[in-house]
Ligand binder design. Structure first.
Ligand SMILES: [Zn+2]
Length: 300
């Protein structure tokens, strides 16, 4: 039986003390990735709901005795670079070695995607999972329409299929198009894709991905002209009665605080963000609310 230890640390952002339980880094290979340097440290990504209600990641650098040596709070750049372009001449993308790289040990504690994502406009290289870049070849490679985002898919327990390829193409194109996202929203997006990877992405799913990725820039208007009771009846017929209680809770909260942002809902409800966004999109579809989005992501 391996010994599980409790390690505590305080997040610099939400100031909460996090208690983590794991085995030794050498044994708990799902959770830890050896750091590629001679001091023998391991990385563990602690994903948690942080002060603004969104998921945030602290990368803990842990020694063989499970003590935390240093902590990095992962933060993506908030602005994109302007891509230099010369008509007709492709601009070579920057080599990965010059980009800021972020490692995330896994988006869940059990099996999950192993991917790298290279975003030329954000100038970042994300490595998700225990990928050994020097020793492993990617199985598939996906590029966005304008070649600014490249996703490489490495072997994992999750089988690569045509449907999954379609999801990842959508993701690459959205990352290219949308304003910079937050690292936690990115994790929510990947979890959602993981969950739905066996079916092809429909327009509603793509709206959902867009909304998750830009949740930090979204708020709502309640449409006073819509007859609420009949709208809720239609929703109940289409989606079942299970969600009506949650929708009423959302509408009540919007009534008391019309200025509420999606961010505040994530804080108040510990629900999965993708489920929350799904509920909002249903309300929008039935014209009960309007989702106010930044110009870049106006839906057609
Ligand atoms: Zn925190």
């Amino acid at each position: 039986m391996e010994n599980r230890v409790e390690t505590r640390y305080t997040c610099s952002q939400c100031k909460r003390t996090r208690a983590l339980h794991f085995g030794s880094p050498e044994q708990d290979t799902m959770a830890f990735i050896p750091k590629n340097n001679p001091n023998g440290l391991f990385i563990y990504s602690d994903i948690h709901r942080c002060k603004d209600g969104f998921l945030a990641i602290n990368n803990l650098h842990i020694d063989a005795n499970s003590s935390v040596r240093t902590i990095d709070f992962l933060k993506l750049p908030s602005e994109k670079k302007v891509k230099p372009s010369v008509v007709g001449i492709p601009v070579p993308s920057e080599p990965v070695s010059l980009m800021k790289s972020y490692r995330i040990t896994g988006i869940r504690s059990d099996q999950s995607f192993r991917l790298t994502i290279k975003d030329d406009l954000l100038d970042i290289f994300l490595i998700i999972g225990d990928i050994q870049l020097d020793d492993e070849q990617a199985e598939y490679q996906i590029k966005s329409n304008n070649d600014t985002v490249e996703i490489k898919y490495y072997h994992s327990d999750l089988q690569f299929t045509d449907n999954l390829e379609d999801w990842l193409i959508e993701l690459a194109n959205l990352l290219e198009l949308l304003p910079p996202t937050k690292v936690g929203l990115f994790i929510d997006t990947l979890r959602y894709i993981e969950k739905l990877r066996k079916i092809p992405p429909a327009p509603f799913h793509i709206d959902l991905l867009k909304t998750i990725l830009s949740s930090h820039k979204i708020f709502f208007d309640v449409n006073q002209d819509t007859e609420l009771e009949s709208a809720l009846n239609t929703i109940e017929e289409m989606y079942g009665s299970d969600i009506i209680q949650s929708l009423n809770k959302i509408l009540e909260a919007l009534q008391t605080n019309p200025e509420a942002t999606l961010q505040e809902f994530t804080q108040a409800n510990d629900e999965d963000l993708s489920h929350l966004v799904y509920l909002f999109l249903i309300l929008e579809q039935e014209n009960v609310i309007t989702i106010v989005r930044p110009d870049e992501i106006k839906f057609t």
